[in-house]
Ligand binder design. Sequence first.
Ligand code: MV4
Length: 681
Amino acid sequence: MFDKILIANRGEIACRIIETAHKMGVKCVALYSDADKDALHVKMADEAFHIGPSPSKDSYLRMDRIIDAAKESGAQAIHPGYGFMSENVEFAKACFDAGITFIGPPVEAIDAMGSKSAAKVIMTDAGVPLVPGYHGDEQDPAFLKEQSVAVGYPQLLKAAYGGGGKGMRVVWSEDEFDVALASTKREAMAGFGNDKMLIERYLTKPRHVEIQIFSDNHGNCIYLAERDCSIQRRHQKVIEEAPAPNLPEETRIAMGEAAVAAAQAINYQGAGTVEFLYDEDGSFYFMEMNTRLQVEHPVTEMITGLDLVAWQLKIANNEPLPLSQAQVTVTGHAIEVRIYAEDPDNEFLPATGQLSYLRQPQTSNHVRVDTGVIAGDEVSSFYDPMIAKLIVWDETRERAIARMSSALDDYRIGGLKTNLSFLSNIVNAQPFKDAVLDTGFIERNHDLLFTPKSETDHKSLMLASLAILCEQRNTALLQSSTQHIENFDPYSPWGKSNAWRLNETAKHSIELTDTNGHSHNVCIEQQNDGYLFNFDGEQFIASAQLNDDHLQATINGHKSNILVDLCPKKVSLFIKQDIYHFERKLNDMSAFEMDESEDKLTAPMNGTIVEVPAVAGAQVKAGDVLVIMEAMKMEYSIVAPFNGTISEVFFAAGDMVKDGAQLVDLMPFESVPVESAPAED
Ligand code: MV4
């Protein structure tokens, strides 16, 4: 086995490969761009090489730098992961020329599958079923027109060198053909530098079912069951599962054997995936073959109990397949969802930002999370914005769905938009539970999956406000803990860092702006045993406690246990799969702006000084009341935010002050000197 391999990738797949390699005692070399200098995969590796600026073209796609890093590190093999260089013939050749093992198929196999039409010729010879159509070399438009008529309508025009749905055009009738051919050829030439076309009968509601195959260098080739990846959006897989629901056993076997035949036809080695279109009438047809480990390989691992990356390393090390076909067993059902930083309410535009809050579901034999990020990481626009893959397994599909739904409810991500609620809507949708699957699933169930953005409700406003108030109360608790207040009552106005005069009802005003851009001014009266909210005349009595990110709140007797992400300017609520984000404007009268740069304490608004406990020269502790002022019929205490000496007091009781006026000059010091300790004996 290799002593050391280099992973020419980043993110979750790099972490996943490193994890298996380390279990096998293989050292790992990571590569990183400027943007990834603190990335998880770099931390996990035994060593790492900086390979360039953040853009992929200047880093992860720089073959020369990758090969140089492998040579310099002494890596004996390179694992390309998926994407980037994983299906690049030139890169596989460069590895071979450098005497470095490419953990993947032979160059010839990658090359053979690079062209759809060439692949179809090979599949025809191998007896693999193809969609009826034309995929020859004759490309004269008049000849193609004749083929088009022979195939019949609707039909699909496909660029031979297209991929991912690009370079395809549905033709519904003969008189559409000429225009469609011309435009698809132009698109293919512009996109792929080759305008060779093939024509296929168009399947209107196919499923995407793919077979995982493995070949070794000793003539063995087996299939490891199948995956259903029909739920896609713009040719991006969203949910994958294994095995494919309701696939007749004889179809499963026939598809698997066809996939093996396809692999053997190109002398395949390593992990590969043969994709089929599975038609409503039970027929299946070769679509394309991927000569890499797929993103969705974990669902196959969960139902077979195998480690496909370990198999890749063994095969690259010229070992035979660990199992024969007869020894492969399939147990239970697995589902994977791809968690993306994107905005489903805005055309799934990629989202960027900091993962200010990240809580994954508890992992187990049933729940797996493959990720390349940790809380606090930035999701940049340089790379695919996938945050993680969430994979679940259970004994039946129904139970796997329930487990996925629950795991999604437990997944909490704050700081940027994600597709979590969209994924939750899919797995909870009856058509998904009924396995009514085909490539049009998302479009057909649009109204089920895209819940209109709900107007912010009073409950979410109250919960966000309670979280903020609890946070401030907890801060006061922390500060006043130095005052050793016995029997501290969290609802006592004196319990807060901004203690309130007992003879007044403490009032707060918090401004919350929701993701629709609507601002809500929430007014709260603080009472001895909690808070009183008033929305359009309707009153709500509430109490709450905040422990870390858990908010326990009772509103009019109804208890809620939710997770919150509190940042200075934002507050997010995670209520099962509903997520509420608010900009949090510090209008809350119970807080005051501390001009940190100059340690000044200023008046939060125009008002009148009621009392000035502060005296110049006095030493005070954090939380001590310095000034009490009245504004808008409410009283506020301005307290010392840290230990220090009062150097000057600028106002006296009865004075009027303007918003922002400096009230006290407080000089910080390390700690309030205590009486000198008794001399050591
Ligand atoms: C098809 C098809 C229907 N009929 N071929 C999409 C990209 C590439 N993988 C091939 N694709 C399709 N080929 C025929 N003759 C429908 C698709 C297709 C599709 C296939 C699998 C998964 C998702 C898809 C989404 C749209 C179209």
